[in-house]
Write a new protein. Sequence first.
Length: 343
Amino acid sequence: MPGNSCAMWPAIEAGASTKEEVHRSVSNAENTAAEVRDVIIVGSGPAGYTAAVYTARANLKPLLLAGSVTAGGELMNTTDVENYPGFPDGIMGPDLMENFEKQAARFGTEIQFEDVTELDLDGDVKTVTIGTGETFKARSIILSTGSAYRELGLPNEKRLSGHGVSWCATCDGFFFKDQDIAVIGGGDSAMEEALFLTKFAKSVTVVHRRDTLRASKIMADRALAHEKISFVWNTGVEDVLGQDKVTGLRLKNLLDGAETELAVTGVFVAIGNDPRTDLVKGKLELTAEGTIAVDGRTSKTSVQGVFAAGDVIDPTYRQAITASGSGCVAALDVEHYLADFHA
Ligand code: NAP
């Protein structure tokens, strides 16, 4: 999986500023790896940071394991966020995440930019292992690991990843100045990518497998009206062409089976996301959609003391604001759980 980081070099550069801070931690200097904490939050999108604000304000001294290159989650790869309430003029995704981080830190969240590699969720005290091998223990865990970009599943897509195939227009779009680019998908992400790419590209061709867009009307209308964007409907991608870098796509009309080639030097895949559940497969119950199963409207997973929030539990809404709300729910559930635990 390409993950939530960008697909090409800027991805790594974008992560690098975060990576430099990998060992930065914020406040709670009295905590040590050996102690049993009240709560550890895994993942640092809107859900994780909101859970951090709430649990920190409840004096639970949360440790937030934010991830390294994926820190901040999907909004780090977004430009204007126009639909997060409280920002009437919109806000850039990375700026919004910086605000989240500052707010969580302000109330004493300890933030470490580390990747979790293993979770032991058995028993009353859970163990979290990070990439360095260090372990942390806690009475409760909030999983807010978000989702990762979906791939088309073509062998040449992987081979040419970083050589013309990308999952992140904001990271890689700059490299395609005055070039012909394709965007695959028909949802809000695809429209967002296509619109952003018009800043650089000579042309953007959206390839969609149906004849209607899944995207919201406002995004669809903007893309449909844009002079640089054209659409190829009812069409699947059969192959990504090119030896060392992308030279085109082989397309198949899904109505009549006709195959054509589209000459492009860049391909942006925007066909949705899959919940990031690798850490908990076989440990927590998952839904048919692959998200972590929770009990009704709560954040309670199938294992006591383990809570989940954000895109990793949500196959439907998947908005920054719904993830934030879900992070709040998880924090309140943890508060109640710990009150019983300590009683
Ligand atoms: P999405 O809504 O699930 O759309 C995925 C698109 O990719 C669909 O058009 C789908 O086709 C197509 N697709 C899926 N698998 C495919 C495959 N194997 N081959 C070809 N095409 C494939 O995902 P999304 O666009 O990433 O959006 C996810 C959520 O985030 C949504 O709730 C969306 O509203 C939200 N979002 C919002 C904004 C915004 O408000 N600005 C921006 C980005 C995302 P079908 O239509 O045929 O299923």
